[in-house]
Design a protein around this ligand. Structure first.
Ligand SMILES: *Cc1c(COP(=O)(O)O)cnc(C)c1O
Length: 371
């Protein structure tokens, strides 16, 4: 098969040939041409959330987690108190990095299969006045839940609390409007719904907070305020930029804009999602989440009850047919995940479902129904 394997994973994901081709040149980090690409990427990113008036965007080398860590270190004072709304694996990661950054951290736990509750948050903020910041994950990529960003932002605003949003797997696909939704920082990355390659994150920071962020970070490399000041002054990145990742992202953003921006991306991912769900149900698979809270980003399926099922074999059989699946991230029950994002459409999704059907046949499984 000539085609690269299709990545049904939430990053890295399948990219277009045009995006890959953008990486065939070398760029100097001091060169004006490269710095113009950085500036243009930053401008486009702000436009995605209509954040030109309210926020700046600061890119950072590394995978998405580096930027979440940097946002916490840069935004939260060292004596701050962070409340993490936890309904999954990425929330737990955010709590862990907050603690490791030396900030006081309280976790407010919810079930993996429900949204975080703005009402419960409001109550907690009333009963514990020491909380300074709330961290939430917009789309919890662990199970695939879409969390209620607007309602959480409204509760934080009403209580005068800072809000840091990990919008890694939603940015570019789910609407986020900084004119309407109040947040201190919002974090995303190159290799998710913008369909770039992995290697850089970026953090939107409310302009009015920038000055007070100076000197908060205990880490040099993770200091977004320092990165911002340096970039504004010199147009360059502090430290070696991921040059090929940046130019690939510029190319990916051009395609994103040509496709019709966020609404068009959401429409394509929704049609991928519907094709997936319809096909998988025919095979007997059962999605883990209530469709009302499911984001069309990544879908968790229950493992089939058939004793002949085993994820490794299923994965290998789908892989042999050109599709890369993703293991489940739930601790209590056995599941696996299928991503709907990347430079693929319903045709590729149809083929993916077909490949999973053949994988079941290989394994002698007549129905994928769970226990
Ligand atoms: C992908 C993702 C991240 C970042 O993960 P990395 O492995 O560091 O790229 C963070 N949060 C969410 C919700 C994600 O989907």
């Amino acid at each position: 098969m000539d085609r690269d394997k299709i990545l049904l994973t939430p990053g890295p994901l399948t990219t277009t040939l045009r995006t890959k081709l953008a990486m065939l040149r070398d760029w100097g980090s001091w060169d004006a041409d490269f710095n113009a690409v950085t500036a243009s990427v930053r401008k486009s990113l702000l436009a995605v959330i209509h954040g030109q008036d309210s926020h700046v965007v600061v890119p950072l080398q590394g995978s998405g987690t580096f930027s979440v860590e940097a946002a916490v270190a840069t935004l939260v004072p060292r004596d701050g108190h962070v409340l993490v709304l936890d309904n999954g694996a990425y929330c737990k990661r955010a709590a862990r990095l907050t603690t490791l950054m030396g900030r006081r951290c309280t976790v407010m736990g919810f079930d993996d299969a429900v949204q975080v509750s703005p009402a419960a948050l409001a109550e907690r903020l009333q009963s514990d006045r020491t909380i300074t910041h709330v961290v939430m994950i917009h789309c919890e990529t662990g199970a695939g839940v879409l969390n209620p960003l607007q309602a959480v932002a409204d509760v934080c605003a009403a209580n005068g609390k800072g809000l840091i949003v990990d919008a890694m797997s939603s940015f570019g696909a789910i609407e986020i409007d900084a004119r309407r939704t109040r947040f201190d920082a919002l974090v995303a990355a190159s290799g998710k719904c913008l369909e770039g390659v992995p290697g850089m994150g970026f953090v939107f920071i409310r302009k009015t907070l920038l000055d007070e962020c100076a000197g908060r970070s205990q880490s040099l490399a993770m200091d977004l305020h320092d990165q911002y000041v340096y970039m504004e002054k010199t147009t360059q990145w502090r430290f070696t930029p991921p040059t090929h990742v940046v130019v690939a992202l510029a190319e990916a953003i051009a395609q994103f804009e040509a496709e019709g921006g966020q609404p068009a991306r959401l429409a394509r991912y929704t049609s991928n999602y519907q094709t997936l769900i319809t096909g998988m149900k025919k095979l007997g698979f059962k999605p883990f989440l209530d469709p009302a809270i499911q984001a069309p980003i990544i879908v968790t399926f229950h493992a089939p009850a058939d004793a002949k099922y085993d994820f490794k074999t299923f994965y290998a059989a789908a892989r042999a047919r050109g599709f890369i699946l993703y293991p489940g991230k739930l601790t209590q029950i056995e599941t696996f995940r299928v991503g709907c994002i990347g430079a693929i459409g319903p045709d590729e999704m149809e083929q993916a479902v077909h490949a999973m059907g053949l994988a079941l046949q290989d394994m002698g499984i007549a129905s994928a129904a769970p226990a």
